[in-house]
Design a protein around this ligand. Sequence first.
Ligand code: FAD
Length: 412
Amino acid sequence: MRERLTNWAGNIEFGTTRLHRPGSVAELRETLAGTSRVRVLGSGHSFNRLADTDGDLISLAALPRAVEISPDRTTVRTDGGIRYGELAARLAAEGLALHNMASLPHISVAGAVATATHGSGVRHGNLATAVSGLEIVRADGSTAELTRADPEFAGAVVHLGALGVVTALTLDVSEAFDLRQYVYENLPAGALDEHLDEILAAGYSVSLFTRWTGPGIDQVWLKRAEPLTGDLFGATPADGPRHPVPGMPALNCTVQGGVPGPWHERLPHFRMEFTPSSGEELQSEWHVPRPAGRAAIEAVAGLRERVAAVLQVCEIRTIAADGLWLSPHHERDSLALHFTWIADTAAVLPVVADLEAALAPLGARPHWGKVFTTDPSDLRAAYPRFGDFAALAGRFDPDGKFRNPWLESLLG
Ligand SMILES: Cc1cc2nc3c(=O)[nH]c(=O)nc-3n(C[C@H](O)[C@H](O)[C@H](O)COP(=O)(O)OP(=O)(O)OC[C@H]3O[C@@H](n4cnc5c(N)ncnc54)[C@H](O)[C@@H]3O)c2cc1C
């Protein structure tokens, strides 16, 4: 019997059971030489067919872990299989920090960067913006070393697995810092109308959670260095630890209540030792320019009953603009509307399509790793450098060894 190979969520069964786990870059080259169609699998946390193939899948989880800090302590070079949880703990032990983290530390660094995964914070770019160097093994086994000085670098960082195998990444780091995490409840709708920008800028990282069952925001998660007392624009401090998904144990989440702690134990919402989020779910997310944020929130509110019927929770975050060609935050400060859906593709897809129609006039770009139904031609039009990226992918992988149907239809 074939052993099923699926993504983390279980909604995608990959078209192959051939999963290779090379223990060295030399072994990886041998695997590449023996295949005509291949995709790299990170930690499998994407929700669509981006990482799928009917050829060979390669995981870099068995590569030797590398955490090499530069002598001036401004960068770290790490391997293509490491997860954020492990890298962050190693950096923190050295007194260093990354600028931000996603809601969970479980994801691989290379896979997260490939899809422009992000945390929150009006001043912070997505996680890919920390990358200053890439080592990529191409289809023919040759190695490309790219740095910010290369004109194609900004095209290669968010690459959707189209260029080759990322075997090492260099990331910017800074001196370690502490943060406090606060959860506030029941932010009134009026506060959102009048003070959205102030609320989103009230911390190093701010997330608004709502189930769209009422007019206001259920929870505000605020991470900052300075202590906070009293109410927050009418929202009141939670009287104990919370989980953003109703019914899930708060124990799975990072420490709250304003207790100071290291950056990597406050920036993610979920702890490495536990299942993140609900574990039974699908996810979608759209990014709109910050000035369109209020209109985007109103557009979702206009669909609140349809959305709430298939929703576990919605999270609103911010991301600073960057210059990466395929970043959804390309050249625009962004507001992100994330949806943790119930694990029922048939029920969720019609609502996804309705949300896309409502958000399209606002210039929404979907998260590359989540569920969306946007027409590939609209995606190509949403990225001014898309043509340059397609040309770059053609130069790195002329025979299309790293293509799959998902990429074929995107690249056109
Ligand atoms: C519970 C949960 C919470 C999430 N929270 C967030 C969040 O807070 N913010 C956010 O932005 N996203 C979030 N996501 C989405 C997630 O971060 C992205 O889908 C991310 O790409 C997952 O990383 P991965 O390592 O699992 O990549 P995969 O899904 O395994 O792969 C993603 C892409 O990267 C490519 N790839 C992976 N490794 C390599 C490599 N070494 N070389 C070349 N190509 C490679 C794959 O081929 C594929 O194209 C969440 C997902 C889950 C399940």
